[in-house]
Write a protein that binds this ligand. Structure first.
Ligand code: 3HC
Length: 309
């Protein structure tokens, strides 16, 4: 059996492709693309909530938020390691992000205006992440799937802490309830966009499904997220900002309104509310960390010299 047939048969048998296995160049390319952009999203995703660490309303909230933001950093580093198993270079990936040559999730290009945003990000954004990432635990590329298993466990904590924060605010003052509704209004539609363009406009889904990188299409996961969120919003006591949202007994799913894909394209092209500040901060953090990289390289070189001496 030739290498390509062996690869195809491994995929067909729902088995994992491992770093040392032969794989089509296209499979490697799209895996690096998806894993790198996923990693970039985790790292950039630290910024919106990170803005509230110094302004958390209590020590408890600060500790929870710190833990969550640190988790996101870990997810990013985990995923860069998965990308490296495909031959990608971490420095190169960082340059691509900073120079805008690789994407990160559109969802992180919005401002966090009140502390309720921290709760809504946990509830909706991490909730959407769970919908998207649980199937990726069965992705055909071994290191990615295994990274997802660990990451999903932490995402569940992220979603629960956000929802609990909102439940607390919703039992508070009217002003706090208004903050939660306002944040829900601002984050609902961008959360639906997180799942990617409609299947008909998705350039990668067909091939990614054939290679079992993705296990569901963008629209399937978006629908699953909407169906999951509606009862949660009812329990919370907030209204989702979509007058067309209603249960369709025939479909067994909720119908929902038109998504503004032109806005999505604008945000993905770099013209969202916070794209500029997100990349500027990431660039600055990278430059500020140059001395650490130089010191680590100098130490490694010294170790190397002593090892051969
Ligand atoms: N933001 C930015 N770009 C997006 C996007 C989004 N929300 N959705 C799609 N795109 C891009 C794609 O990257 C692709 O561009 P490319 O070919 O240059 O990479 C183009 O739009 C067409 O989209 P496709 O549907 O064809 O692309 P994919 O098949 O890759 O599907 C995806 C997009 C569903 C995001 C898929 O890549 C995926 O599942 N990625 C893994 C999960 C992920 O990256 N999540 C990002 C959020 S991180 C997060 O949730 C962390 C948590 O802690 C909050």
């Amino acid at each position: 059996m030739n290498l390509e047939d062996h690869f195809d048969e491994t995929i067909a048998r729902d088995q994992r492709i491992e770093p040392r296995d032969w794989m089509p160049d296209g499979y490697r390319r799209t895996m690096v693309r998806q894993v790198a952009q996923h990693a970039h999203s985790e790292i950039i995703g630290m910024q919106p909530e990170g803005d509230w660490i110094t302004r958390a309303p209590s020590l408890r909230r600060k500790a929870i938020l710190l833990a969550k933001v640190q988790d996101e950093a870990g997810h990013g580093l985990y995923l860069y390691s998965a990308a490296e198993t495909l031959g990608a270079d971490r420095d190169d990936l960082t340059e691509r992000l900073i120079e805008g040559r690789q994407k990160y999730s559109s969802i992180f290009n919005y401002p966090t205006l009140t502390f309720a945003d921290v709760g809504v990000i946990g509830w909706l954004v991490d909730g959407a992440a769970i919908c998207n990432q649980v199937p990726l635990c069965r992705s055909s590329y071994g290191p990615y799937a295994r990274a997802m298993i660990r990451i999903c466990k932490e995402e569940s904590f992220h979603q629960r802490q956000g929802y609990e924060l909102l439940m607390t605010m919703m039992s508070g003052t009217q002003a706090q309830r208004n903050m939660v509704q306002d944040a829900t209004n601002r984050w609902w539609w961008p959360s639906l966009m997180m799942f990617g363009p409609p299947d008909a406009q998705s350039t990668n889904t067909a091939q990614s499904m054939a290679w079992k990188i993705k296990r569901h299409t963008n629209d399937e996961l978006r629908q699953r997220f909407v169906d999951m969120s509606v009862p949660q919003a009812e329990k919370l006591g907030v209204t989702l900002p979509d007058p067309d949202l209603k249960w369709n007994a025939e479909r067994g799913h909720h119908d929902f309104g038109q998504i503004d894909w032109e806005h999505f394209k604008e945000v993905v092209s770099g013209n969202g509310p916070c794209n500029e500040i997100r990349l500027t901060r990431r660039r600055q953090a990278h430059e500020d960390g140059q001395w650490v990289r130089d010191a680590a390289a100098a130490y490694a070189a010294k170790q190397q010299r002593e090892a051969v001496a």
